[in-house]
Design a protein around this ligand. Sequence first.
Ligand code: PMV
Length: 337
Amino acid sequence: MKSAFRAPSNIALVKYWGKYGVQLPSKPSISFTLDSCATETTVELTDRPGISVELDGEDTPGFVPKIAQFVERIAPRHPWIGDYGIRVQTHNTFPHSSGIASSASGMSALALCVVDLAQKLGHAVGDPKQEASILARLGSGSACRSLYGGLVVWGETPSVPGSAQEFGTPYPHKLNEVFRSYRDVVALVDVGQKAVSSTAGHQLMERHPFRTQRFAQAHDHLAALGPILASGDLDAFMELVELEALTLHGLMMSSSPSYILMRPQTLRIIEAIRGFRLESGIPICFTLDAGANVHILFPEQAEQSAMEFVIDHVQPWCKDGRMIADRVGQGPVPLHE
Ligand code: PMV
């Protein structure tokens, strides 16, 4: 029995940083679901026990411990899974060594396959998307936001009714049209292994001196985004999104021990974006995830001038000139095996 899904990555506007229990967020976050940065995964249940993983058709034993941990974490909700062997075939649509986290797209594709297989076997799963979001979260926190298109919230917060700690929910409030087709060009600065993993970074928040203020700030930022997303106030949007990105890296720099994931090229790109915005009035801004790469965000309407700027003034700072042009996407889709 087989199941196959394509699931996208996502980029947070208000960042998840800090967790407790089994992958529960210390505060709320919201992200744009992406489109081209995605993972395509087939899961096959076999009679032979054990887990095998093929990446791009090649046996990849290095991925087995991660999948084994995922299976162990979801087993209390899906005890049937222990009766089978699992063969995972997976492929990322973005380059493997790009430094783009494949865990969000990878874990959400995997979770969708598991929920689909549970249904095919006749097990009750409740709301299948919500169940897949819960399973994806157990694999990698931010993955639980990749189950829906557009904007997705994770973490209970008063300004977003229906928001929950255990799963992501589609942003329920009014959304200005400009945000439905927003662009994200990912400038690839550093494509190697990160010096400090996200897991270690989340852990450092447990005894971070600014944790209380930061957790309160995330709730405030979610609430402040409401009117911005409804009205399409791009100046306020850009200010908040950049503040969130720099706060995330500020938290890393003020952790104990402190660390820096940005590279000199990251700062060059940030300066170029801010300089160009000031001089041209084009609404272009940046955000960062837990790495050196820069996500460059702008509305579809600004695409031509923004891309000219990016090619002339950002690409030279990218590793081997590498960039990925993406946009807000529609969410996961089933694939025909
Ligand atoms: O899902 P994790 O544990 O890889 O954490 C990722 C957290 C950030 O990407 C930095 C922020 C976010 O909300 O996605």
